[in-house]
Design a protein around this ligand. Sequence first.
Ligand code: SAM
Length: 245
Amino acid sequence: MTDKQTHFGFKTVNEEEKAGKVAEVFHSVASKYDIMNDVMSGGLHRVWKHFTINTARLKKGDKVLDIAGGTGDLSRGWKKRVGDKGEVWLTDINSSMLTVGRDRLLNEGTITPVALCDAEKLPFPDNYFNLVSVAFGLRNMTHKDQALKEMYRVLKPGGQLLVLEFSKVAKPLAPVYDFYSFKFLPTFGQVIAQDAESYRYLAESIRMHPDQETLQQLMYDVGFDLVDYHNLTAGVVALHKGTKL
Ligand SMILES: C[S@@+](CC[C@H](N)C(=O)[O-])C[C@H]1O[C@@H](n2cnc3c(N)ncnc32)[C@H](O)[C@@H]1O
């Protein structure tokens, strides 16, 4: 792999191709995204997100940026935490995912601003947010370091970044997890979303994502302090926390 190439699942692609390929995945799955999440994780994604929302250092009136927010699960939780005086931005690079998220929040009576934007080039001022979150999004970004730098830039001093992402599962579980990921996920994808390929990408992209310690180091490298992580479901997922001092 040259330094102008990157991973798209197990494939090596030119860097400028990756965002387009990721976009195809999420345009394709947007309408079935929520039901697929429940089926694939047996509802566990709700527990992981609940844990994330409860972990955050937030108070009423705070400002929160939900990056790669998709269908809005975290944004909804953030809005409850910060109240009507707070500000929660639901953002995503993908118009299909963002439209589903915006409509869903509006239908539930959650009024919150929405922005279509790339995490690697955030359209927000420096030192603005008390909290930035990214759930299951970092894995899909071409330049993770650039995206993390942007998250750091828009946080206020004292602000917190929360990264919820698939991670490296505990060794004894790996064979079962691999069997499930590569045999069952594409089949669920085919039956429910008529798209096996996107769910094969999901399984592959998880394997190519940095493990717990590597992501922790990446966060330190871009400037975060007090970086630690909490494994959930034996490391299927990890919640990384970092603070901008
Ligand atoms: C698996 S979904 C996660 C959605 C939501 N956060 C959740 O936890 O259910 C990943 C999201 O990342 C978004 N995404 C991928 N690359 C991105 C980028 N460079 N900037 C912003 N969003 C991105 C996709 O469009 C997609 O909506």
